[in-house]
Design a protein around this ligand. Structure first.
Ligand code: PLP
Length: 408
């Protein structure tokens, strides 16, 4: 059944789009890629009109799914939305493997098992609204899966290119959900170059991270939701596993919009951009005081979702982290595996490796005095841990030759 939040036609409050680098304006309701300066476009709204249409208390009476935020989202016609049930994700404390104030926002509960659903449900709705019939995308796995699911339902053809060592479950779920999937002997930016070439030839619309403007708007709902769930305040710090950085950029934008609406104050969490030490271009740029990040060579990590050697929104990630007084932190695969194992064994919550990276980074931040051990912080578990290979810790029992049962 369609969410009550999606019933009836309605108008959006979008006024225009804006180059995130130069501020140059672009009209709404047209198909856009990057700006003329080659940078991501940001969607702008008439927030005073949106604030007159719905109050903070009005929000409270709505069903809590993603479409609750419709006045702050770009979709003009409800009929453009193909929904798979984009629920509000729960906040789960992990006091044992973390600390008394550590909460996980568990995004693994979303359709297709990752937070990529938030971005892709929005981007696909807008593509449908604007008449796109064929989409191509480079992916490390979860984005391709979410695209395949939503685009197939919307009747849009999809071509998905992924590195040949992408988690097997991702490659297969993408194909199962109706996309044509190709394994490429390269990294995600190599796949992106092929997608860009086809787009330039007019073969398809390029859905690469931040190269179309609406995924940020979908991911922004993580920040809106978090504020509402915490009673219209924000935690001391947020730890976000950063690949292309869509979610971090989106949440930072969400906090701004909420403040302009008068729904939160000027306080902001420290934003921690978490990367793997085998692929940490943002951390390197942060530490060097640079505004842009160089491509990371020979990228490797078990956390495939954050194996992104180059991000088109690098300067937006770095800007948000610096403005917030946070940091970019790298953690190694061993620390990621340890954190993931501890959280499952001690708190009963199975994280994906990228989610494990945020717990490892929180531990590092506490050790370095960047956050207090008791501070309220939110970690993002971006996908369900069930998508990834698990260590076999089982034992074998011969039913015909049982040992004493008290030894089991
Ligand atoms: C995409 C992805 C990330 C990175 O998210 P961005 O917003 O693109 O930085 C992290 N973890 C997982 C599991 C992902 O699928």
């Amino acid at each position: 059944m369609l969410s009550a939040n999606l019933q009836g036609e309605r108008a959006t409050f979008v006024t225009h789009l804006e180059c995130s680098m130069t501020g140059e304006r672009y009209p709404a309701d047209r198909l856009h890629g990057l700006s003329a300066a080659g940078k991501p476009l940001l969607v702008r709204y008439d927030l005073s009109a949106a604030g007159r249409a719905v109050s903070r208390d009005g929000m409270a009476s709505r069903p809590t799914d993603l479409w609750r935020w419709r006045e702050l989202l770009p979709v003009r016609h409800t009929s453009s939305v193909v929904s798979l049930g984009e629920i509000e994700t729960p906040l789960i404390p992990i006091p044992r493997s973390g600390g008394p104030g550590v909460i996980v926002k568990d995004e693994g509960r979303l359709p297709t098992g990752s937070f990529k659903a938030r971005g892709l449900v929005m981007a696909v709705a807008m593509a449908k609204e604007l008449g796109v019939t064929r989409i191509a995308m480079p992916t490390n796995g979860n984005a391709g899966a979410a695209l395949a699911a939503y685009a197939t339902r919307a009747g849009i053809e999809t071509v998905v290119l992924c590195p040949d060592d992408t988690p097997e479950v991702n490659v297969r779920e993408i194909a199962a959900q109706g996309a044509r999937v190709w394994r490429v002997n390269g990294l995600i930016d190599d796949c992106g170059a092929i997608v860009g070439k086809g787009a330039a030839e007019g073969l398809w619309f390029d859905f690469s991270t931040l190269k179309e403007p609406y995924r940020i708007e979908g991911k922004k709902t993580m920040g809106l939701e978090l504020a509402a769930q915490l009673g219209w305040r924000l935690p001391k710090a947020i730890f976000y596993p950063t690949g292309g950085g869509t979610g971090l950029i989106g949440m930072w934008k969400a906090f701004d919009e909420l403040e302009q609406l008068g729904w939160i104050g000027p306080e902001r969490p420290k934003m921690f951009a978490v990367q793997a030490s085998g692929c940490a271009p943002i951390v390197k740029a942060f530490e060097a005081g640079e505004e842009h990040a160089e491509r990371w060579e020979n990228a490797h990590t078990i956390a495939a979702g954050i194996r992104v050697p180059r991000a088109v929104g690098d300067f937006l990630i770095l800007r948000a982290v610096r403005e917030s007084g946070g940091r970019a932190l790298a953690v190694d695969d061993e620390a990621i595996e340890q954190a993931t194992a501890d959280c499952a064994a001690q708190d009963g919550l199975l994280l994906c490796p990228e989610g494990g990276a945020t717990l490892a980074a929180w531990r590092k931040a506490v050790a370095e005095g960047l956050v207090g051990a008791d501070d309220e912080v939110v970690l993002f578990n971006c996908a369900t841990g069930l998508k990834y290979p698990l260590a076999d810790r089982s034992h074998v029992l011969d039913r015909n030759d049982l040992p004493p049962l008290e030894t089991l």
